[in-house]
Design a protein around this ligand. Structure first.
Ligand SMILES: Nc1ncnc2c1ncn2[C@@H]1O[C@@H]2COP(=O)(O)O[C@H]3[C@@H](O)[C@H](n4cnc5c(N)ncnc54)O[C@@H]3COP(=O)(O)O[C@H]2[C@H]1O
Ligand SMILES: Nc1ncnc2c1ncn2[C@@H]1O[C@@H]2COP(=O)(O)O[C@H]3[C@@H](O)[C@H](n4cnc5c(N)ncnc54)O[C@@H]3COP(=O)(O)O[C@H]2[C@H]1O
Lengths: 141, 141
């Protein structure tokens, strides 16, 4: 990029901090997770345990997939299944000190990537919108 | 961008053509739309009428919002409400000949933007992933 020096080179300046990130816990039931997703309007959010450590990611699609039976949508499963039963535990993670280049490599295939601090606690998320805002700004210089 | 000349300057090279795009019709019931979204794994898809014209966009969140009653999730509404009752009709559109700069300006706030040809027919979609792949490629040169 022409203005490489002008773009901050780590993830940190683009971070959406933890306090602004909607999330659920592994022990929550699916009906609670569905409510949080629907009310916040997000299609997927992080799953954090009680010690604020990242456990995975849950999306509305994962929930729907879990309750889609062969004959009908089995809505009662929303009250019997938990987030930890359907969440995706295999997710990429970034550190606050990681390079922007590494982050962009991940964001190509993930709408957002969770960021952890050096102690392994959830620090926030890196999103496609934040990097695209920067790209858009560069194009309009 | 340093390699501005190397990046194609219209939307066309980044287009995901119509034949590859999952969609539903305005007259479909919500249960059909929910099935298409869940099975394809997409969180939102275009709504096209029978003459292949773009009518709007529907997402799983819009469907959930529509069936979330005050006391419980009113799942029976999936069989009585139609896509046209809940879809978002107010969506940005691009033409095949539009500049990449214009497209990036829109993609900052929209995960995908529908593209129409000169006759006003749906031609395909422009997605964040396609532009991010290009950005990633440029960074690794
Ligand atoms: N309440 C809202 N206000 C303004 N714009 C909204 C919005 N909800 C959605 N959008 C727009 O839609 C995009 C896709 O949202 P989605 O929920 O599918 O996908 C989101 C969601 O899964 C997650 N995410 C973003 N912000 C979050 C937050 N505060 N808490 C939890 N998850 C978040 O990161 C993904 C990518 O987000 P990104 O910002 O790049 O892209 C967002 C943003 O451009
Ligand atoms: N089946 C799949 N195979 C590979 N990767 C997948 C995938 N489903 C989702 N993804 C990944 O997740 C991102 C967000 O998907 P989402 O369905 O929320 O949001 C999607 C969806 O709403 C729509 N979309 C993308 N491709 C579509 C298609 N072929 N038909 C209909 N809608 C599509 O455009 C949005 C942005 O797509 P984008 O590719 O930038 O970004 C995609 C892609 O990186």
């Amino acid at each position: 990029l022409k203005d490489k020096e002008a773009i901050p080179m780590t993830v940190k300046p683009f971070l959406i901090s933890a306090d602004k990130v909607a999330h659920v816990q592994p022990e929550n039931y699916l009906d609670h997770a569905l409510l949080v997703l629907t009310k916040t309007g997000y299609s997927a959010i992080p799953v954090l345990d009680t010690s604020y450590k990242l456990q995975g990611l849950i999306s509305i699609t994962m929930i729907m997939d879990a309750i889609l039976g062969l004959e009908r949508i089995e809505f009662e499963r929303l009250e019997t299944m938990k987030v930890e039963d359907v969440m995706n535990r295999n997710i990429p993670r970034l550190r606050l000190t990681d390079s922007l280049t590494k982050a962009i490599g991940l964001i190509v295939n993930h709408p957002f990537v969770c960021v952890e601090n050096d102690d392994g606690y959830f620090a926030g998320i890196f999103t496609r919108r934040e990097i695209l805002k920067q790209l858009n700004k560069q194009l309009h210089k």
